[in-house]
Structures are given as structure tokens and as C-alpha cells.
Design a protein around this ligand. Structure first.
Ligand code: NI
Length: 234
């Protein structure tokens, strides 16, 4: 049985959910409130099956993108300070604050060449939930929303995917959105921490495989009808 959440904890979770929701509503890069809400719900579903501390899983799921290096202009340290502030304001105890901050610092993906193991079951669950929302049909939609928010091309055939990037290279990498499937999204299925996450990832992975095959077929179909006029523009 998962450890249940008491009334006081439940109130704290609700107040933090309201705070995060107000900050993320209308965010356009795929890290909006609906993403956080899905990660929260997926994490709760996994917490039930895997038997972990629901309170910590809820807090970490709700706060996981608040200090994200991709989104928070003040950098990682400022992001962590912000997350700590929100929890202090809401009345979270010191041990739980430290556990949640550890999860959040461990959770980000820094390229296929930089594996970062999660140190607790609660962290493994939240990371799996975040990764599940990055793959499948929703993952496809979020990938292009994020790419668009960073002025990335949908696809550039001249860019070769790299799955061995270190943290600095991954951060600096411009890439295109299709490339992002090969450098990150298609790797996530094999990086899931929990058995629940692994089985849920299978179907979502298959959706992306079909999508990429269809995308390339359509791309190549159009290319095969290129005229001399197109060639002269290059
Ligand atoms: Ni996220």
C-alpha cells in the first residue's frame, strides 16, 4: 500500500497546485499547466502501483518544471531557490523540502551521454511520469510546440542526430524538432525506472515510430517531385 496523504498535507498540495497553475496557465512551449497536471496524475497512478510516498510524489510532480533550466531564465540555482520558497510559503516541512529539491535537481534530461540516476523511488516515479508525457501523441505535439517556441525548424535533413551529447553540448544544441526525437524522445522508453512506467512507455513509443516513418515518407514523397526550379533556389 502507498503511504497515504493526511489532511494537512492534502491542503498544502492543493495550495501549491493552485500556485503552480496560476504561473503556468497559457505557457506556450508545452510546459503549461496541462503538462504539469498530467505528470501529477500519471505520477499518482504510478505511486499507487509502486507503493511510494504520495505526498512527496505530488509535491515533486507539481514543482518539477518551476525551476527547469530550459525555462527558468535565472539558471538552476535560482530555479531551486524559487521552488524552495513556494514550499516554505505553503508550510512544507524541512525534510520533505529537501527530498523534493533533490528529486528536481536529478530529474532533467541532459543528453543521451549524461545518464543521471534518480536516488529515491519517489523521484523515479516523477521522472517516469514526466517522460511519459514527453512521448506518444502528446509528446509529439509538445516536441513541436517546444521547437516552435525556440525558433527551431520542424526538420532539417542536413542535421545528423547525436545520442552521445554531454550536458554542455545538449544545452547548446540548436537542432531541429525531428532531430529531437532521435536525440531524446526515442531513447526514453529504455530509460524508464519503474515497471509501470516501462509498460506504459511501450505503446507511446510505437506511436512515435509510426509518426516518424509517416513523416519521412511524406517528406520524401514531396522531394521526389522536386522540379528544376526548386533545385535552382538551393
Ligand atoms: Ni516536465
Amino acid at each position: 500500500m502507498p503511504s497515504q496523504i493526511d489532511e494537512k498535507q492534502s491542503e498544502i498540495v492543493k495550495s501549491i497546485a493552485a500556485e503552480v497553475r496560476s504561473r503556468q496557465l497559457g505557457e506556450g512551449s508545452g510546459h503549461d499547466w496541462s503538462h504539469t497536471n498530467r505528470v501529477w496524475n500519471l505520477a499518482l497512478l504510478m505511486a499507487e502501483r509502486e507503493g511510494s510516498v504520495v505526498y512527496i510524489v505530488s509535491l515533486a510532480a507539481l514543482l518539477h518544471d518551476i525551476g527547469d533550466w530550459k525555462l527558468f531564465t535565472g539558471g538552476e540555482a535560482a530555479g531551486q531557490a524559487e521552488v524552495r520558497n513556494i514550499m516554505v510559503e505553503a508550510g512544507v516541512d524541512a525534510d520533505s523540502i529537501n527530498h523534493v529539491l533533490t528529486i528536481i535537481s536529478e530529474i532533467s534530461f541532459y543528453g543521451g551521454g549524461t545518464p543521471r540516476p534518480m536516488s529515491t523511488l519517489e523521484g523515479k516515479i516523477v521522472q517516469d511520469a514526466d517522460r511519459l508525457d514527453a512521448i506518444g501523441a502528446i509528446g509529439i505535439a509538445r516536441c513541436f510546440a517546444y521547437g516552435g517556441s525556440r525558433d527551431r525548424l520542424i526538420y532539417d535533413p542536413d542535421i545528423t542526430p547525436r545520442t552521445d551529447l554531454n550536458k554542455a553540448e545538449y544545452k547548446a544544441n540548436k537542432g531541429d524538432s525531428i532531430n529531437h526525437f532521435h536525440e531524446k524522445l526515442m531513447l526514453l522508453k529504455d530509460l524508464m525506472n519503474t515497471s509501470t512506467g516501462r509498460s506504459m512507455a511501450e505503446q507511446r513509443h510505437a506511436v512515435m515510430e509510426r509518426f516518424l516513418a509517416d513523416f519521412m515518407n511524406e517528406w520524401n514523397e514531396a522531394q521526389s517531385h522536386a522540379t528544376d526550379a526548386d533545385v535552382n533556389l538551393a
